[in-house]
Structures are given as C-alpha cells and as structure tokens.
Design a protein around this ligand. Structure first.
Ligand SMILES: Nc1nc2c(ncn2[C@@H]2O[C@H](COP(=O)(O)OP(=O)(O)O)[C@@H](O)[C@H]2O)c(=O)[nH]1
Ligand SMILES: [Mg+2]
Length: 312
C-alpha cells in the first residue's frame, strides 16, 4: 500500500469526523454568514486543530471571502483545503538526520508512558532492516515492568539484536553498552528506548539528560535524532507534552502515534503550527509496517479526499 492510501486509511476516523462535519456545514445553496463561520470554527476546534490555529484559519478565510467575493458556502471548501495546506508548509517531508559516510546513526526515543515509543522503535527497526541496514536496539527502559521483554519481542519480529541489562539498572549504562555493541558489530543504526513515567517528574528529565550526555561523550555527533513520541489520541495534551519535552530534552523530531485510533488527527496541524519541531513519522496501527513518513501536503489531501476514491 502506498503512502497516500495508507495514511488515508489511518486517518479514516479523523477524516470521517472532520469531513463529515465540514460537509454537513458546507451544503449546497448555503450562504456564507456569521452562523456559517461559527459552525465551521466549531468543527475545526472539535478536530483538535487547536484554538489559536483555528482563529488564524478563520481570519484568513474571511479575508479570502472578501477578496474573491465569495458568497456561497460551497465555494469555500477548496479555499479551506488550500489554507490548511498553506499552514502545513510547502516543504517536502523531513527525513531523519543520518550519520554521513556509513557511520553509526544513533536515535534516542523519549516520551511519557504508553505513547508508543517501544512500538515505534520496532517499526523503525523493521524499516531500516528492509533497507539493508544493520540495526541494534538498546533497552533503556529499565523502569517499567516488562519493558525489556517487550523490546525483545520487537527485536525478534524485526530480526535485529537487542542490548539489555537487568530491570532496574542504570539506563545510561545500557545505552553505553548499546553504543559499544553497535560499534563492535559495525551497525548502521542504534535505536535507544527510554522510560516514560510522567513528563513533570524531574528525575525522568535528569535520567534522559544523563543518557544524552553519555551518547554525546562517546560519539560527539550523536544522538543524530531525539524523537519525541506523542499519542495522537490524547489530542491537546500531546501538544502540552511536546512543549515540555521540547524545552528540556533537546527533541529534534516528533513521531505522532495512534493516528488510526482517533478523530482528533487535526492535532498534527496544531503541532506543526505551534511548534518548531517537525513531525517525522506518523503511527497508523500496531503492526510492524504501520509507520509512515509524514508528508504535510499529503496529510491535508488525505483529510479532504472523499469516500468515492477509497477503492481506486
Ligand atoms: N492503534 C495504534 N496503537 C499503537 C500505535 N503505536 C503504539 N500503539 C499501542 O500503544 C500501546 C503502548 O505502546 P508502547 O510502545 O508500549 O508505548 P511506550 O510505553 O511509549 O513504549 C501498545 O499497546 C501499542 O500496541 C499506533 O500507531 N496505533
Ligand atoms: Mg516502552
């Protein structure tokens, strides 16, 4: 399945809610008036596009309506799509920063409990492996019961090695071991799992800082990416987490997981608009190939693509 059909399928809940609502407001023969604007605004807010972003879109829509002398609601549909697309920026998908010249690339995963870090690592390991890369996973979540075993299951699925220590050991020591193994075995990519807990617990941030410093000390150019995993089903809360982690953990990119499980997929738009951090991947399910690079323009296109094209 190509990116577009995959993301369309993964976005079906958001699309149904969003498009369904938009379609019910933008009806044939309806005039653009205050009541119309209010309903549209509400529909966007319900999809978790974010209040600030919605306000901005609404202002721009009003300007366009005046400029283009529109009076019919249905004329606004392409304008809305255009505005959302503008908002997402025109640049292509931002790939991962990889080490040059076949050197080791180190990627650190951070995020609160249950957002999908370990699952994303498993999916990404599979992706790299199928590109012919040698991948090693480091079981840096030594805190949560069963976390190491869970990563090992993903390692088996993806067919890659997992470096671990016993539960409760120092995460920084595990990552150190991971780096040593990755170098000794001439791996291309090291994916480092970490514990979650709550984002406001300062010991978690201290722990992440220590892990970060150990990586930097061993390999000054690493970590090449610090990916913050956010759970799309938590809507605006995900945005708060992003602000917190972004400020303290040196996050370079976002993975938005569980887009398939929510009608609040508009959160991608809010994240993109309100943060400087690019969304690099979206999680669209629990299976090993349910991770897709995030392409902003295709996201908007998928959001607006109707049912009739579903089975082409
Ligand atoms: N539907 C869906 N479930 C996901 C996705 N990513 C992760 N999950 C599920 O979310 C739960 C928590 O994931 P996990 O990787 O253990 O989170 P962690 O605590 O951050 O490592 C698991 O049940 C995963 O199967 C996704 O993209 N879609
Ligand atoms: Mg985990």
């Amino acid at each position: 399945m190509g990116f577009f059909s995959k993301i369309k399928e993964g976005l079906s809940k958001t699309r149904d809610a969003f498009l369904g609502k938009v379609e019910s407001i933008i009806t044939f023969g309806r005039k653009i008036d205050e009541e119309f604007y209010e309903e549209l605004e509400e529909a966007l807010i319900m999809a978790d596009v974010g209040v600030n972003t919605v306000m901005e879109i609404m202002d721009e829509l009003r300007v366009e309506v005046k400029k283009r002398k529109l009076s019919q609601a249905e004329e606004l549909r392409p304008v809305l799509q255009e505005k959302l697309a503008d908002l997402m920026g025109s640049e292509e998908q931002e790939g991962l920063r990889m080490a040059p010249n076949d050197q080791l690339t180190v990627i650190l995963f951070v995020g609160v409990n249950g957002v999908g870090k370990t699952t994303t690592i498993g999916k990404l390991a599979h992706k790299f492996k199928s590109e012919g890369k040698k991948v090693i996973l480091a079981a840096g979540d030594t805190f949560r019961a069963g976390a190491i075993e869970q990563l090992e299951v993903w390692g088996q699925r993806a067919g890659v090695d997992v470096i671990k220590q016993s539960a409760g050991s120092d995460p920084a020591a595990v990552i150190y071991d991971g780096l040593a193994a990755a170098r000794a075995r001439k791996a291309d990519v090291l994916l480092c799992d970490t514990a979650g807990r709550l984002q406001n617990k300062s010991n978690l941030m201290d722990e992440l800082n220590k892990v970060y410093r150990v990586i930097k000390r061993e390999l000054p150019d690493a970590p090449h990416e610090v990916l913050l995993v956010l759970d799309a089903t938590t809507g605006q809360n995900a945005l708060q987490q992003a602000k917190l982690f972004g400020a303290t953990a040196g996050v370079t990119g976002i993975v938005l997981s569980k887009l398939d499980g929510t009608a609040k997929g508009g959160i991608v738009i809010a994240i993109r608009k309100e943060l400087e951090i690019p969304v690099k991947f979206v999680g669209l399910g629990e299976k090993i190939d349910d991770l897709q690079p995030f392409v902003p323009q295709e996201f908007v296109a998928a959001l607006f693509s109707g049912e009739q094209e579903e089975h082409e």
